[in-house]
Design a protein around this ligand. Structure first.
Ligand code: PMP
Ligand code: GLU
Length: 398
């Protein structure tokens, strides 16, 4: 039999973040001491009161199918969160919960984008956005940004990228992979451009909302003139150290929620019942854990930025959120050590893995071939040792 996969799959690449993490686990299993800075996930355990809610849910037999968009209790907790933390009014009918924010983004794209529709994606971007657009037969349109502009796009760049085929823009702030954070003022300027193009939907990926070092989170949905075109993406993975529980949500105009509900009803149904009960406690319960983890990430940000700045040949911005550093490394391209020749960011990431024993991700997968990504969601000791190894390995390149 011929093993023929669909054309659709042929258009996709494998998730580089997950692939690098897998490779690092394989080397670790062979006994090699690898420091894994590839995948982006908090190294903390899920807080105890949230775990207890999950255990209680099992004991109380929350074991049947939930409504497709999630239990009313979880949707109400999300409505409460949006009001309390963001000053935003939503109805439960405007919330839909999914298997992680990843499915939330993909649902929205699949619900909105058809053949030939364009989706604007500022680069550097999170690896999965372009592939999700391709899955929907759409066309990703990239807006490049450099380290000199702190990896943020300007209103002029946005205006120039919009065409009559533009269906949506995906804005991620705080950003994976750059850690850049758009201020209210910067979002307002982008909003003014978007107001002139009434068919463009804003997909605002705010999954790193709480891992923010500027003291406030700005959302495109805070501008009433455009709120009815904004889809907020958020979830529990990052703020509550719950990556494996797989709960994300959208807060959106009802017609988009209905579209995603229809899709999800045929595809995956409501997300895991136990995880929903735990997520309800995460959103409605004690929030001290969020601030404790945020403070740890801020301390680690300061440490990794300081140490990386001491490496000759690397250039870094000062990330204002998330837990990634995205140094520019192109000064090493064309250099060699033994059989290793560094021609691009993937070569560099592979070199750092094999020679330095630190797993990172090349910038190509994020649409920025001059850079590479390190996740600093790991201990201070690991950060210090990883940067020491990277410095040593890079110094060998001539
Ligand atoms: N958006 C961004 C920018 C991310 O980094 C992630 C992390 N994988 C997600 C969405 C998805 O998060 P999850 O599916 O774990 O909720
Ligand atoms: N968001 C994380 C990352 O970028 C998790 C991996 C993934 O879902 O791609 O590394």
């Amino acid at each position: 039999m011929n093993n023929i996969l669909s054309d659709r799959l042929g258009r996709l690449s494998t998730s580089a973040t997950l692939a690098m993490s897998q490779k690092s686990s394989e080397l670790k299993a062979q006994g090699i001491d690898i420091i894994n800075m590839s995948v982006g996930e908090p190294d903390f355990n899920t807080p105890d009161h949230i775990k207890a809610a999950g255990i209680k849910a099992i004991e109380e037999n929350w074991s049947r199918y939930s409504p497709v968009p999630g239990y009313p209790g979880l949707k109400n907790a999300i409505v409460g969160k949006l009001k309390r933390e963001n000053g935003l009014e939503y109805q439960p009918s405007q919330i839909l919960c999914s298997n992680g924010a990843k499915q939330s983004v993909c649902n929205v794209i699949m619900a909105l984008v058809g053949a030939g529709d364009e989706v604007i994606i500022p680069a550097p971007y999170w690896v999965s956005y372009p592939d999700m657009v391709l899955l929907a037969d759409g066309k990703p349109v990239f807006i490049p940004s450099t380290i000199e502009q702190d990896f943020k796009i300007t209103p002029e760049q946005l205006e120039a990228a919009i065409t009559e085929k533009t269906r949506a823009i995906i804005l991620c702030s705080p950003s994976n992979p750059t850690g850049s954070v758009y201020s209210s003022k910067e979002l307002e300027a982008l909003k003014d451009v978007l107001l002139r193009h009434e068919n463009v939907i804003v997909i605002a990926d705010e999954i790193y909302e709480h891992i923010n070092y500027v003291g406030e989170h700005a959302s495109m949905a805070q501008f009433p003139e455009i709120k009815d075109r904004v889809v907020i993406i958020n979830g529990v993975s990052k703020a509550y150290a719950m990556t494996g529980w797989r709960i994300g949500f959208i807060a959106a105009p009802e017609w988009i929620v209905k579209g995603c509900n229809k899709l999800q009803g045929q595809y995956t149904s409501g997300p895991c019942s136990i995880s929903q009960k735990a997520a309800e406690t995460a959103f409605a319960g004690d929030q001290r854990c969020v601030e404790d983890m945020r403070q740890a990430f801020e301390r680690r940000r300061d440490l990794i930025v300081k140490l990386t700045k001491e490496i000759p040949g690397l250039e870094v911005n000062n990330p204002q959120g998330a837990f990634y550093l995205f140094p520019k490394c192109s000064s090493f391209y064309g250099k060699k050590y033994g059989e290793y020749i560094i021609n691009n960011s993937n070569d560099l990431a592979m070199y750092l893995l094999e020679v330095g024993h630190v797993a990172t991700v090349g910038g190509d997968a994020f649409g920025s071939p001059e850079c590479f990504r390190m996740s600093y969601a790991t201990s201070d000791e690991n950060i210090t040792e990883a940067i020491r190894r990277i410095k040593e390995a890079l110094a060998l390149l001539k």
